[in-house]
Design a protein around this ligand. Structure first.
Ligand code: SAM
Length: 264
């Protein structure tokens, strides 16, 4: 596990949880609502990897989206006939979702201590959330294990420690000459992410590097200075991604894991 930091001059007085909430609330305010993103979900790597497993669950199975952000995944998964709940630290984002989608269950809360009864869910997915706390992902993993029914499925993605990071060197913190920085997230290799879930009591069924195009885009930007927004950069990323191994360039790594049917 390696750490990423971000410049955070404005957040000096905030504790870690408040900082994460404030950061994401700002991100989601810029994005607007979930509608624009909904259409794209069926094409996402996460959807392709998760749906074959979800299809083995009964209709109406209860599913948690831990760190649901704009709620687009909750809405999309419910359209497939499931009963999913979106939980997020960002109270403001959740209030807006509750107002716009009163028929859907959106709740403000912390995935490390959700308050749901044990064994409430058949499946639990979480995209890019377990990495955000400096004492590591085990608090999130422990709560996920508690919430799932025996045999329940966990799908969790975290940032992949890929070739771009290796080329950048093992820099832990930006130079002391830059603005104040604070911890932002951990990155994991496939083996590390699998090991964390195993330590937490899960049986790991697969660990998949995902978002290759995003990884190539970031590589082109950081290695060669090509602006993200350029049509040329995006076209090049689109063309190159199929030829580069996911392990080297994937932006995220998604694990599929199962809570043992019988406690170990
Ligand atoms: C990278 S975003 C992912 C959002 C969404 N899952 C998606 O794929 O679009 C991380 C989200 O997790 C939320 N989050 C971070 N830590 C959390 C925690 N401990 N409990 C609940 N939500 C959390 C943030 O507020 C943010 O909305």
């Amino acid at each position: 596990m390696r750490k990423d930091y971000m410049v955070a001059a404005e957040s000096a007085g905030l504790d870690e949880t408040d900082f994460v909430e404030a950061h994401w609330t700002k991100v989601w305010e810029r994005e607007g609502g979930p509608q624009g993103r909904l259409k794209r979900i069926a094409r996402q790597d996460e959807f392709r990897l998760m749906m074959p497993y979800l299809k083995s669950l009964p209709k109406g199975a209860r599913i948690l989206d831990g760190g649901c952000g704009l709620g687009d995944w909750v809405l999309a998964i419910n359209r497939e006939g499931f009963s999913s709940v979106g939980l997020d630290l960002s109270r403001k984002t959740i209030e807006q979702l509750q107002a716009h989608f009163p028929e859907t269950e959106f709740l403000a809360g912390d995935i490390r201590a959700t308050g749901f009864p044990s064994e409430s869910f058949d499946a639990y997915f979480s995209w890019g959330v377990f990495e955000h706390f400096e004492n590591g992902p085990q608090d999130c993993i422990r709560e996920a294990l508690r919430l799932l029914k025996p045999g329940g499925l966990l799908f969790a993605s975290v940032p992949l420690d890929n070739l771009r990071h290796a080329l950048r060197g093992s820099r832990e913190k930006p130079s002391a000459l830059t603005s104040p920085v604070r911890f932002y997230q951990y990155r994991f290799t496939r083996a590390e992410w699998s090991r964390e879930l195993g330590i937490g009591g899960f049986e790991v069924l697969g660990v998949h590097p995902i978002h290759k195009r995003q990884g190539v885009l970031r590589f082109l930007h950081h290695q060669f200075g090509l602006p993200y927004g350029w049509f040329f950069t995006r076209g090049l990323a689109f063309a190159l991604a199929p030829f580069v191994p996911g392990n080297l360039i994937g932006h995220m790594v998604l694990a599929v894991a199962r809570k043992p049917a019988v406690a170990p």
